[in-house]
Design a protein around this ligand. Structure first.
Ligand SMILES: [Zn+2]
Length: 379
């Protein structure tokens, strides 16, 4: 089964759809929990399935360094290795090189860096990132792009966009060579893999529009919006999203990378975005912060020490059905592993349930009233 997408309902610029992959369908708009090293921190795949997660994200940088993409290919690919049968998207590895690796330098060839694990030297090029992701066998592979450091001038943003476009053309050529069986050193573990291009351009609308048009010209299965939620205002982010989606093909899914808060999800869907990933629900859960229908709740707060109520009275997740705020605070203060698990179950349920409600609102043509309900909730 090859990659496909069809829009099922629209409401303004928002739409619901179905993404088809070799490992099953994904209803969009969709949120992808982040499974950095082949696991979503704190929860099992069984938990993810019961929460209704239909697609997860894996990080190429981490899996390449440990245990290694060739070892994973020998296990039959990432799906078989980790025992997750539903769709997987992998990033290019670039973002972690920029944010985690030691002594990194970037030139037109790619990114040169030392592993944060053992200091070993590596080079990540657009071709190499495509090779690694082909071995991992994700359903969706991303092209290597340059992560622009903010604040950036228009000239710097343009130069970075040009480099990203040049890398995207190389990544596509390599992907097509792999698909055609011309890459003898690459063991392909998922013949149905799709490759997404990435729109960059910083906070400059003209560059975003040009990047979108030229990336579409390279002919990817679908397109992502990168380099947002990196310190710009929410107004700037919303505007960049709107100007980009307006120039992306309506019949392909649009993926807003690394975003965001529940507010960000609702606003981006209203501007035509279909897919999201973000570490917020899982990372904040481990730090004791819960997303609730009443706003964010920091479970370590002393005021919850004898609070017998559920974390979120409006939530029907396992954690909210079985745990009081007092118990969750105790587990968190005692550094119990279960604190991370129970908080993550709730936060992922909150995010995935928000997406379900967004999809339902679009189907019934009432996304505007759903969106109005989010204003002022500081989510
Ligand atoms: Zn809950």
């Amino acid at each position: 089964m090859s990659f496909g997408f069809r829009v099922t309902h629209t409401d303004g610029a928002a739409r619901t759809g179905v993404l088809t992959t070799a490992h099953g369908d994904v209803e969009t708009p969709a949120f992808m929990p982040v499974g950095t090293q082949g696991a979503v921190k704190g929860v099992t795949h069984r938990d993810l399935e019961s929460l209704g997660a239909t697609i997860i994200l894996g990080n190429t940088y981490h899996l390449y360094l440990r245990p290694g993409d060739e070892l994973i290919a020998r296990r039959g690919g990432l799906h078989r290795f980790i025992g997750w049968t539903r769709p997987i998207l992998t990033d290019s590895g670039g973002y972690q090189v920029f944010s985690l690796a030691d002594r990194r330098t970037i030139d037109d060839d790619g990114a040169h860096f030392r592993s944060h694990l053992d200091g070993s030297a590596h080079t990540l090029t657009p071709e190499r990132s495509a090779d690694i992701q082909a071995r991992l066998g994700s359903d969706i592979a991303m092209v290597l792009d340059e992560c622009l450091a903010l604040p950036a001038t228009h000239d710097a943003a343009r130069a970075s966009m040009e480099r990203t476009l040049a890398w995207a053309a190389r990544a596509r050529a390599r992907f097509e060579a792999i698909r055609a069986g011309e890459a003898a050193d690459v063991t392909v573990t998922n013949a149905g893999q799709a490759q997404f291009g990435i729109v960059q351009g910083g906070v400059f609308g003209d560059l975003r529009e040009e990047s979108a048009e030229r990336t579409v010209g390279l002919g990817f299965e679908a397109y992502a919006i990168g380099g947002l939620s990196v310190g710009e205002s929410t107004d700037e982010m919303d505007e960049m999203v709107a100007r980009t989606t307006a120039r992306l093909p309506a019949d392909r899914p649009r993926y807003l990378m690394g975003v965001g808060t529940p507010r960000d999800l609702v606003e981006a869907v209203a501007r035509g975005v279909d897919m999201f990933d973000c570490v917020l629900p899982t990372r904040n859960a481990r730090n004791g912060q819960l997303f609730t229908s009443e706003g964010r709740l920091n479970i370590s707060n002393r005021r919850y020490a004898e609070d017998d109520g559920p974390p979120d009275p409006a939530c029907d997740c396992y954690t909210c059905r079985t745990c009081s705020r007092a118990y969750l605070r105790h587990l968190y203060m005692a550094h119990e592993i279960n604190a991370a698990t129970l908080n993550t179950l709730h936060n992922l349920h909150f995010y995935l349930d928000t997406m379900r409600r967004i999809r339902e609102a679009i189907v019934f043509g009432r996304l505007e009233s759903f969106r109005a309900g989010y204003v002022g909730r500081r989510q």
